[in-house]
Write a protein that binds this ligand. Structure first.
Ligand code: ADP
Ligand code: MG
Length: 909
C-alpha cells in the first residue's frame, strides 16, 4: 500500500489517474466500494482513541483511595482481623465495579456523540450524488466539492469552477489557492500542486470535482499524523478545578487522618484499631467520587441534549451554555422554516400573485388586479423572469413518496416551482441553456450570476439574481413589455417601492437582471456583472416563521437572555419577521451592514441589545457584532452555516452550527451542532446547560456536606476522648454504599420548571459560591452535632456497641433525608415534586434496605459489630436525621441560597 504515496499523482494525465485508481467520473459501484474499504481500511486515523473497559478498571484501581484501602486491608490481615480485611476487600471490589460501569456508560454516550458529529463528504457513487461519512471514502471515489466542504481525502482535481481551497490546516497559509485540472511537472512542490486537493483542507469558494487517490494514513495529513477534528477529550475547566479541589481536600484528609491517629494513640486507643480508623476517616473525607461524578453528570447531560437535537462537540461548552446572556441567531432556516414559496412577482411594471404553498408545483399566476393571464401565454417580461429563475439555478425539484422536495437552495427551489406552475419543465432549462460559467452566490456579494449558451440564440446570456439594492445599482436599463428601456430615476423609485412593499409583508425579495455577451466569452468576472445590466423583475417569497420559535423567543426573554437576529435579508423583511416572532418591539428599525461599518464597538453592542435585529450583514459584520458584545461582558452564543462564519463560530463563547444546511467547515468550527437547525433547540440547549450546572452543583454540595459531617463527628469524638463512634467498616459502608446510592441519582435530577425563569448563571461563578459554602457548613455541623448527641446519649446508657450502631444509622439516615433536600436550591423540594426524581427514590430505598440488613441480620452483626435496634431507637434516629431536611427547606424558604437577581439589563450601561 505504501506504493500509493510514491505515485506522483500531480504529474499524470487525468486518464492515467483514472486508470490507476480504476474508476471513472461516474463514480464507484457499491460492490467496488465494499472491496476497497476492505483493502484500504476506513478513511481515518484514530487520534481520540477509545477506552477499553479494562483500562477503566485500572483507572479505578489507580486512585489514592484504593491505596489507602489496600493499606487498611493489609493492616487488618497482619493484625489477624480477617473480617475487617474481607470487608475492605469487598468494598474495593464493589467500588471498582460501580465506578467502571458508570464511567463506561459515560464513555459510550460520548462515543455515540462523536459518531453523530463525524464529518461527512459528498461523493458520486452509482451515478448519483450521495452524502456519506468521510470515514467511508475510498480511493477512486469522485468527490463533489462545494463551497464549505472539507476535503475528505487526497484527490486529483477533475473539474474546477473557480474552485478555491484554503490549505492552512496543512501549509499554514491562509490565502486561498485556486485549483485547476491539468498536469504538472514532477518536481512541483506540494504547495504548488494546484491540480491536487488535500485531506482536511477547506473549499472556500467555487465548486469542482476531484477523484480520491489516497485515504486515511496514506494521505499527506495522515503521514504527518496530526489531530483529527472529532469531539475533543478535553477536561472542562470545571472538571479541572474540581480535580484540583479534590486533590486539595484529599491531602487535607490524609493530614487530618494522621492527626487523628496520633491523637488517638496518645489518648491510649489500640494502635491497630486506630490505624484502621484513621484510614477509614481519610476515606470518609476524601471526595474521591468527585471528578468521576462530574464526568458522568456531564456525559449524561450531553446525551440528553443530543436527544433534544443539540450535539455537543466540545464538552467545556456545556458549562458556558448555562451562562449564556445573548443568543445571536440567523433568520432563514433557524427562526423561519426555509420553505420558500414565491407568492408575488413584479415584472414589466405589473404585480402578479401566485397561488399554492410549498414545493408542490400546482398553482396559478394571476395579475394582481385579478385579471387572469391565460395558460402559458404570459407577457414576454414574465417569461424572462421565469427563465432567469430556472436557468440561474442549481436546485432540483424532485417528487418523492412524501411529496415534492427541493434538493439544494430553497430560494432557488421556489423559482423552479414557480416556473413549473407556469407550465415549464424545470429540467429542460439545463438543456436549453448550456452553462459555461457561474459566479456562485456568496453572502458578501449577495448575488449569483451565470453565463449561458442559449439554444437558438447567437449571443450568450448573462443571468443575474440577487438582492434588489445591488442589482438596481448594476442596472442601466430595464425590461418593459419586451423592450429594453432606460432605467431612469422614476423606474428606480418604482422598483424600490415595490421591493419595500413585498418586504413589509415579511417576504424575502430577490431581483433578476440580464445582459448579453458574445458567444466567444467563456468565463464571467464581476466587472461584467456589476455594470450595464437590464433589470427584469422581483420575486417575493414567503418563508413561514417556525411556530415554536415564537415560544422559544419568549422563554429566552424570561430566562434573561437577549435574542439578536442577524440576517443577510433586507431590513424591512427582517423587522417584519422579528416582530412576528415577538423578538423586536415594533417600530424599531434594524441596523444594517453598511451602518455597522461606521459604528463604534460600544454603540454596536448597545444596538444589538436594544434593537435585536441586524439586516444585510455579511459574515465579517457578524464577527464585529460578536466581538462588541463580548467586549461589553456578554456571554454570546452565535449561529452560523457558511465557511465564512467559521471565525465567528470559533470566536463565540458558544458557536452553534446548523446540522442540515450548515457546511462541514462551519460544523467543525462549532461547539454545538443543531440537528434540526431550529431556534427552539438553541433555547433548549441553554436550558439543558443550566440543568447540568445545577446537577453538578447539587451532587457536589451533597458529597462535601456528608463527608464533612462525618469528619466532624469522628474528629470531635476523638477530641472529647469519647470511644470511637463507629468502626472502620461502618465508615467505609457509609461512604461507599450510602453515598454511592445517593450521589448518582442526584446528578440525574430532571429539569425543574423554573430553570428558564432565572437569570443566567453568572460566568466564572464557581459551583461552590458563598451561599453553597454556607449551606455545606451549616448542614455538616448539624450532621456532626446530631450524630454525636445521639451517640453520647446512648453511651450514657452504657452500651458502646449500641451507641455505635445508632451513630452509624443516624449518619446514614441524614444522607437519606438530605438526598431529597439537596435536589433543589432556589425552590422548595415540594414545588419540584417530592418524588419527581424516581432515581433518588430508588437509590434511597436501596440504601435503607441495605442499612436494615447491616443492622438487623446476623451477617451484619458480625461484619459491622452492630446490634439490633428497637422501634424506639429508630424513631429517635428518624427524628434527629430528618432535621436536615427541615433546616435546608427553611433556609431555602428564607432565601439564604438565592442568587442575587441581577437586574435584567433593559438598557445596558
Ligand atoms: P439569510 O440567510 O440571513 O437570510 P442570505 O445571506 O442567505 O441571508 O441572503 C441575503 C440576500 O441574498 C437575500 O435577501 C436575497 O436577496 C439574496 N439571495 C439569497 N439567496 C440567493 C440565491 N440563491 N441567489 C441569489 N440571491 C440570493
Ligand atoms: Mg443564508
Amino acid at each position: 500500500m505504501k506504493s500509493e504515496t510514491i505515485v506522483q499523482w500531480h504529474a499524470l494525465d487525468k486518464d492515467q489517474v483514472l486508470r490507476l485508481v480504476a474508476a471513472d467520473e461516474g463514480g464507484l459501484k457499491d460492490l467496488q466500494v465494499q472491496e476497497r474499504l476492505r483493502k484500504h481500511g476506513p478513511n481515518e486515523f484514530k487520534s481520540v482513541k477509545s477506552v477499553s473497559p479494562l483500562e477503566l478498571v485500572f483507572k479505578q484501581l489507580k486512585s489514592p483511595l484504593i491505596y489507602l484501602l489496600a493499606a487498611a486491608a493489609a493492616i487488618s490481615l497482619v493484625a489477624g482481623n480477617l473480617i475487617d480485611a474481607a470487608v475492605v476487600t469487598v468494598v474495593v471490589i464493589l467500588n471498582t465495579i460501580l465506578g467502571t460501569i458508570q464511567e463506561w456508560r459515560a464513555e459510550r454516550s460520548l462515543e455515540a456523540l462523536r459518531q453523530l458529529a463525524a464529518p461527512k463528504a459528498k461523493v458520486r457513487r452509482n451515478g448519483r450524488d450521495n452524502e456519506i461519512p468521510a470515514s467511508e471514502v475510498v480511493p477512486g471515489d469522485v468527490l463533489i466539492l462545494e463551497t464549505g466542504a472539507r476535503i475528505a481525502a487526497d484527490s486529483r482535481v477533475l473539474k474546477s469552477e473557480e474552485l478555491q481551497i484554503n490549505e492552512s490546516t496543512l501549509t499554514g497559509e491562509s490565502q486561498p489557492v485556486f485549483k485547476h485540472p491539468g498536469r504538472h511537472a514532477e518536481n512541483q512542490a506540494l504547495a504548488d500542486r494546484d491540480n491536487m486537493v488535500w485531506m482536511s483542507t477547506a473549499v472556500t469558494g467555487g465548486r469542482g470535482k476531484a477523484i480520491v487517490v489516497s485515504t486515511g494514513t496514506n494521505t499527506v495529513l495522515g503521514e504527518i499524523a496530526e489531530q483529527v477534528r472529532t469531539l475533543e477529550r478535553d477536561e472542562t475547566p470545571l472538571q479541572r478545578r474540581l480535580g484540583e479541589l479534590a486533590t486539595k481536600l484529599g491531602v487535607a484528609s490524609v493530614l487530618l487522618a494522621a492527626a487523628l491517629f496520633v491523637l488517638g494513640v496518645l489518648r491510649g486507643y489500640d494502635v491497630v484499631e486506630m490505624l484502621l480508623f484513621s484510614v477509614a476517616a481519610a476515606v470518609a473525607a476524601i471526595p474521591e467520587g468527585l471528578p468521576a461524578i462530574v464526568g458522568i453528570t456531564l456525559a449524561l447531560g450531553v446525551q440528553r441534549m443530543a436527544k433534544r437535537n443539540a450535539i455537543v462537540r466540545r464538552l467545556p461548552a456545556v458549562e458556558t451554555l448555562g451562562s449564556t446572556t445573548v443568543i445571536c441567531s440567523d433568520k432563514t432556516g433557524t427562526i423561519t422554516k426555509n420553505e420558500m414559496t414565491v407568492t408575488e412577482l413584479w415584472v414589466g411594471g405589473k404585480t402578479y400573485e401566485v397561488t399554492g404553498l410549498g414545493f408542490d408545483p400546482t398553482g396559478e399566476i394571476h395579475l394582481q388586479e385579478g385579471a387572469e393571464t391565460s395558460g402559458p401565454d404570459y407577457s414576454p417580461d414574465l417569461k424572462m423572469l421565469l427563465i432567469i429563475g430556472g436557468a440561474a439555478n442549481n436546485a432540483r425539484l424532485i417528487e418523492r413518496e412524501n411529496g415534492w422536495q427541493v434538493e439544494g437552495n430553497p430560494s432557488e427551489g421556489a423559482m423552479l416551482v414557480l416556473a413549473a406552475k407556469a407550465g415549464y419543465d424545470p429540467d429542460l432549462f439545463r438543456i436549453s441553456h448550456r452553462r459555461k460559467h457561474e459566479i456562485p452566490f456568496s453572502s458578501e456579494h449577495k448575488y449569483m450570476a451565470v453565463l449561458n449558451e442559449v439554444k437558438g440564440q447567437a449571443n450568450s446570456a448573462i443571468y443575474v439574481k440577487g438582492a434588489p439594492e445591488h442589482l438596481i445599482g448594476f442596472s442601466t436599463h430595464m425590461l418593459e413589455n419586451g423592450l429594453t428601456v432606460e432605467m431612469d430615476e422614476s423606474r428606480r423609485r418604482m422598483v424600490e417601492l415595490v421591493g419595500d412593499s413585498f418586504a413589509r409583508k415579511g417576504l424575502r425579495v430577490i431581483a433578476a437582471a440580464l445582459s448579453e455577451a458574445g458567444n466567444d466569452l467563456e468565463t464571467l468576472d464581476r466587472s461584467k456583472v456589476e455594470n450595464g445590466l437590464t433589470f427584469v423583475g422581483l420575486w417575493g417569497m414567503v418563508d413561514p416563521v417556525r411556530p415554536e420559535a415564537i415560544q422559544a423567543a419568549k422563554s429566552a426573554q424570561e430566562a434573561g437572555i437577549r435574542v439578536v437576529m442577524i440576517t443577510g435579508d433586507n431590513a424591512v423583511t427582517a423587522s417584519t419577521i422579528a416582530s412576528e416572532v415577538g423578538m423586536a418591539r415594533s417600530g424599531v428599525t434594524p441596523v444594517t451592514g453598511p451602518e455597522i461599518d461606521n459604528m463604534s464597538d460600544e454603540a454596536l453592542a448597545r444596538h444589538a441589545l436594544e434593537t435585536g435585529t441586524f439586516a444585510r450583514v455579511s459574515p465579517a459584520h457578524k464577527l464585529r457584532i460578536l466581538e462588541a458584545l463580548k467586549q461589553s461582558g456578554e456571554i454570546v452564543a452565535m449561529t452560523g452555516d457558511g465557511v465564512n462564519d467559521a471565525p465567528a463560530l470559533k470566536g463565540a463563547d458558544i458557536g452553534i452550527a446548523m446540522g442540515r444546511s450548515g457546511t462541514e467547515v462551519a460544523k467543525e468550527s462549532a461547539d454545538i451542532i443543531l440537528t434540526d437547525d431550529n431556534f427552539r433547540t438553541i433555547v433548549n440547549a441553554v436550558e439543558e446547560g443550566r440543568v447540568i450546572f445545577g446537577n453538578l452543583q447539587r451532587t457536589i454540595v451533597f458529597l462535601i456536606t456528608t463527608n464533612l459531617g462525618e469528619i466532624m463527628t469522628l474528629a470531635t469524638a476523638l477530641l472529647l476522648g469519647l470511644p470511637l463512634p463507629m468502626t472502620a467498616a461502618m465508615i467505609l459502608w457509609i461512604n461507599l454504599v450510602t453515598d454511592g446510592a445517593c450521589t448518582v441519582p442526584i446528578g440525574l435530577e430532571p429539569r425543574h420548571v423554573d430553570v428558564l425563569r432565572r437569570p443566567p448563571i453568572p460566568p466564572g461563578e464557581g459551583i461552590l459560591d458563598r451561599r453553597q459554602i454556607l449551606r455545606i457548613v451549616l448542614l455538616a455541623t448539624l450532621v456532626g452535632t446530631g450524630t454525636l448527641s445521639l451517640f453520647v446519649y446512648y453511651l450514657d446508657a452504657g452500651n458502646v456497641a449500641k451507641a455505635q450502631t445508632v451513630a452509624f444509622t443516624v449518619l446514614a439516615a441524614f444522607q437519606w433525608f438530605y438526598a431529597f433536600a439537596a435536589r433543589t436550591t432556589q425552590i422548595s423540594v415540594f414545588s419540584a415534586g417530592l418524588f419527581s426524581n424516581r432515581w433518588i427514590v430508588l437509590g434511597v430505598a436501596s440504601a435503607i434496605i441495605l442499612q436494615l440488613a447491616a443492622v438487623h441480620t446476623t451477617v451484619g452483626h458480625t461484619v459491622f459489630h452492630t446490634v439490633s435496634l428497637t422501634l424506639g431507637d429508630w424513631s429517635l434516629i428518624i427524628m434527629v436525621s430528618s432535621t436536615i431536611f427541615i433546616l435546608d427547606e427553611v433556609l431555602k424558604f428564607l432565601g439564604v441560597y438565592r442568587t442575587a437577581r441581577k437586574s435584567m439589563k433593559a438598557s445596558p450601561r
